[in-house]
Every structure is written in structure tokens, then in C-alpha cells.
Design a protein around this ligand. Structure first.
Ligand SMILES: NC(=O)c1ccc[n+]([C@@H]2O[C@H](COP(=O)([O-])OP(=O)(O)OC[C@H]3O[C@@H](n4cnc5c(N)ncnc54)[C@H](O)[C@@H]3O)[C@@H](O)[C@H]2O)c1
Length: 330
């Protein structure tokens, strides 16, 4: 079976942190398919490696016959300037790939706020700044695509990676909430947890994981998935996917039925430990929003809070089906 190539002719994308690693691969693949790309990178050095530059990627795109412009602003402080540059250069904006990220911070402690600030700001404040400045232009373009970059560190990460873990976890809820905001304007927002062999993963202590990454996780398969997410025909929004090596899987926040006590004695919870920690999939719910989560609480208390939560009501939902509100042709 032949699949028609996904094209982006006439469209404009911003890819942040695209001077190397994953961002470079996203920018190259979008440009190969006709997209005009603003390649952003402020050029952060790590472990003595040379700082990536946006202009080198722009030169690669131009050499391959594509259209791109370089930008070296910081996503945290200059989201508006990054967006303004793309719109000045190309007259519109359709796609934002928030890829810039750093992974410093160290263990928790009294000075953690200062040490953790850059890592948290780059992913969270940076994604909000660029996406926020882009939003009116996406609306004006009749819809758009936003990709946020989370990490497997959402599942927890040792070695003093609390800042990184916290910042990346924020992308899950942000994707959900912005997808809801974007629905009426045709803007789809998704997050990825990428796995690829880059200068970032090359910092991991050598061992079986680095061998695995080096052999089986090049950047291009992640870029391929990101480019798919960026296409206007891709009917997915509000999701988070783990992506690497040509595989992608949906990541979901689930909640069990929980335990319950009928008195106010804190000691009563000890007898509920099994129910509290239970992971029987039959008893798991996949709430699509905070409203649905409250409905799940009510259901497990044996109470229908309002008739709206009962079958057929406006807020009724199937707790085991997270995706029936997909926008279709967003
Ligand atoms: N490589 C992986 O397996 C992996 C896993 C999980 C998440 N990620 C995430 O994927 C993204 C890309 O990572 P990578 O592996 O290609 O590493 P990378 O270090 O090569 O890429 C990150 C890029 O972001 C740029 N950058 C950092 N702060 C910036 C800022 N304030 N403004 C503009 N640019 C900035 C850096 O200069 C760098 O070029 C990051 O968000 C990273 O956290 C990567």
C-alpha cells in the first residue's frame, strides 16, 4: 500500500531548541515536506560540547532546497519575539513545536528553587511564552498544531532530576487543557515523551541503557511522529505519546476505585491500603478532565452528585474510555 506523503506546502512552523538533536530533526523533516520553518535555538552548552546554532540548521535546510530562518532568542524571555520573527518573515503561523529543554537542577534542598529555576522555566514558561504568543496567529490561520515536549521522567527519575521530572510532567496537563481551549479554533495540542540518542542522553552513565539508545533510538523516528502530529489531517488532540525507534504509545493518567472510610479517624486508612494502591485494570478510570475525575469520586462513594453525571446526562462518561472527545477534523 502506498501512503500519500504528508505535505506542508504554504504552511509555517516554529521549532524551538532546533540547533541540534531532536529539534533539528523535526525542523529538517518539516522543511523537506514543504513547510517554511523558523529554527530557534539560544545555544546552550552542555558538558563542554559546542553550543548548537540555529543558523547551521537553516544552512542545511537551504542546501536541501527548503525554506528556513534562524532565530537565537531565549524561549523563556522572548516568546513574543520568536513568534513575531516567524510572522514577519513568512506572514503566517500554523505549527509550533516546543522542543527546547535543559536537564539541570540537582537534588532537592533549601537552594532548590534557584538551582531548579532554569530547567522548570525552559520547559514550562518557555512553552507557555511561545505557544501563548503564537495562539492568535494559529486562530487567524484557521487552526494549527502545537507539540509540547515532555519526558519519560514524568514516570519519575532519580539522580537529582526532580526539576526535569516536574517540568516535563506539567506538559501532560497542559496538553489536555490547551487542547480543550483550541478545539473550537481548530487547534490541536499534543505532548510527546521522546526517546533518542542525542547529546542529552549521551550524558547518561555508560551502560545497557546508553547502548540501547545508541543502537536503536536515532532522532528521525521521533521526528516522523512529530511531523505526523503537526499535519492538519491528524485527528488527535490532548494526548501524550511516548515515542522512539519507530514505536509510539499513548500515555494516560489513571485512577483506581480507591479506598473509603466511614469515620473521620485517620487510623482507619491503614486498613484501606490495599484498595488505595490497587492496580486491577478493571477498576481503573481514565478521566479526561477534572470534571470527570470528580464524577469518578462520586461514583465510588456511591453517590451521583447531580443527575448530569448519570447515564445520558451532560457530564456522563465512560471511565474506561479516555478518548471519545477527540476532535476528528480539528
Ligand atoms: N533525547 C531524549 O531521549 C529525550 C528524552 C526525553 C525528553 N527529551 C526532550 O527533548 C527535547 C530535545 O532534547 P535533545 O535530546 O535533542 O537535547 P538537546 O540538548 O540537543 O536539545 C535541546 C535544545 O534546546 C536548546 N535550548 C535550551 N534552552 C533554550 C532556551 N531557553 N531557548 C531556546 N533554546 C533553548 C538547546 O540549546 C538545545 O539545542 C528537550 O526538551 C528534552 O528535554 C529528550
Amino acid at each position: 500500500m502506498t501512503v500519500a506523503e504528508l505535505r506542508f506546502d504554504g504552511l509555517v512552523a516554529i521549532v524551538t531548541g532546533a540547533g541540534g538533536g531532536l529539534g533539528r530533526a523535526h525542523a529538517l523533516m518539516l522543511a523537506e515536506r514543504g513547510c517554511r520553518v523558523l529554527v530557534n535555538d539560544v545555544g546552550v552548552e552542555i558538558a563542554g560540547q559546542p553550543a548548537p546554532t540555529a543558523s547551521s540548521v537553516v544552512a542545511e535546510i537551504a542546501a536541501a532546497g527548503g525554506a528556513a530562518v534562524a532565530d537565537d532568542h531565549d524561549v523563556v524571555t522572548h516568546g513574543d519575539a520568536i513568534v513575531a520573527r516567524a510572522v514577519e518573515e513568512y506572514g503566517r503561523l500554523d505549527i509550533v513545536v516546543n522542543n527546547a529543554g535543559v536537564a539541570s537542577g540537582g537534588p532537592i534542598g533549601p537552594d532548590a528553587p534557584a538551582r531548579w529555576a532554569t530547567t522548570i522555566a525552559t520547559t514550562l514558561a518557555g512553552s507557555v511564552a511561545v505557544t501563548g504568543a503564537a495562539w492568535p496567529h494559529l486562530v487567524a490561520a484557521g487552526g494549527g498544531r502545537v507539540v509540547l515536549t515532555a519526558s519519560q521522567a514524568m514516570f519519575g527519575a532519580g539522580g537529582g532530576a526532580g526539576a526535569y521530572s516536574a517540568a516535563k510532567s506539567a506538559m501532560y496537563g497542559l496538553a489536555r487543557s490547551l487542547a480543550d481551549e483550541g478545539r473550537r479554533s481548530g487547534i490541536a495540542v499534543n505532548a510527546i515523551m521522546p526517546t533518542a540518542w542525542t547529546r542529552l542522553t549521551q550524558l547518561l552513565p555508560p551502560g545497557p541503557i546508553t547502548e540501547l539508545l545508541g543502537e536503536h533510538f536515532p532522532v528521525e523516528p521521533v521526528a516522523s511522529f512529530v511531523v505526523w502530529l503537526c499535519h492538519r489531517d491528524t485527528p488527535v488532540s490532548g494526548e501524550t505519546f511516548s515515542v522512539g525507534g519507530g514505536r509510539a504509545g499513548r500515555v494516560m493518567l489513571a485512577e483506581n476505585r480507591g479506598g473509603r472510610i466511614d469515620d473521620l479517624d485517620p487510623a482507619s486508612w491503614t486498613a484501606q491500603l490495599r484498595e488505595l494502591l490497587d492496580v486491577d485494570p478493571v477498576g481503573l478510570a481514565l478521566p479526561r478532565s477534572m470534571v470527570h475525575e470528580v464524577a469518578w469520586q462520586a461514583a465510588n462513594l456511591g453517590r451521583a452528585v447531580t443527575s448530569a453525571y448519570r447515564p445520558g446526562g451532560a457530564l456522563a462518561w465512560d471511565p474506561h474510555e479516555p478518548g471519545d472527545d477527540h476532535p476528528g477534523a480539528v
